[in-house]
Design a protein around this ligand. Structure first.
Ligand code: 5GP
Length: 194
């Protein structure tokens, strides 16, 4: 998606350790016009899917998911990061290793908000090694629900998450796929077909 790629080129900062900082428009300050265009594009990409709920993960996925949800006219549920001590039988839970924070944490969704009848679109801001998505997919499957599609804002194509998730047979669309990025020059190259 050209608008997102242009914004990343203009405002994104490449950090050491394969981290792309997009705090000024995506996950700290949020550019709502951009989010609106992303929501429209997700709707176009998943128009033929019967989606009744969007699932995301706190915190950075929530804003993107909420704006997109207006185009699908469905509610948003977000997986919460939880202390394992709080986890009881009323929730689906899984553990996720955070790419940016390099630690493992539990995420939960209440059984009240995910059921076997649900047809889910998963939305998140970034796809790196795929751990967050694997966790969200597991929560959906544990509930007996169906993943209809996965929409990602920025996929780092040089990390293996995209391959893992596509090899699972998931209908994954990323609005921008970073093919390579260089922390010393700041250069960011995008995959053509995204
Ligand atoms: P994964 O689980 O696919 O390795 O990483 C996905 C999660 O890590 C996303 O939810 C996102 O919050 C975070 N993340 C991964 N890579 C980056 C990055 O380069 N920049 C930012 N801002 N977040 C990232």
């Amino acid at each position: 998606m050209k608008l997102l790629e242009d914004m990343i080129r203009e405002k994104g900062i490449v950090k050491e350790g394969n981290v792309l900082k997009v705090d000024s428009f995506l996950n700290h300050r949020m550019d709502i016009k951009l989010f609106n265009e992303m929501g429209k594009e997700f709707k176009r990409l998943f128009a033929d899917k019967n989606i009744n709920k969007i699932l995301t993960i706190e915190a950075s996925g929530i804003g993107i998911a909420c704006i997109a949800a207006q185009y699908f006219d469905v509610p948003v549920v977000f997986a919460k990061k939880a202390q394992s001590i709080n986890i009881d039988g009323d929730v689906y839970s899984t553990s996720i290793t955070s790419f940016t924070h390099k630690r493992e944490y539990q995420v939960i969704v209440s059984k009240k908000y995910l059921s076997g009848e649900d047809h889910i679109l998963i939305i998140d801001d970034f796809l790196a090694n795929g751990c967050a998505l694997e966790g969200l997919i597991k929560l959906v499957h544990d509930a007996g629900a169906t993943v209809e599609g996965i929409g990602i804002a920025v996929e780092k194509g040089f990390q293996n998450g995209g391959k893992i998730i596509r090899d699972m047979g998931m209908n994954l669309h990323s609005l921008a796929i970073v093919e390579s990025m260089d922390a010393s020059t700041g250069e960011i190259v995008f995959r053509e077909d995204a």
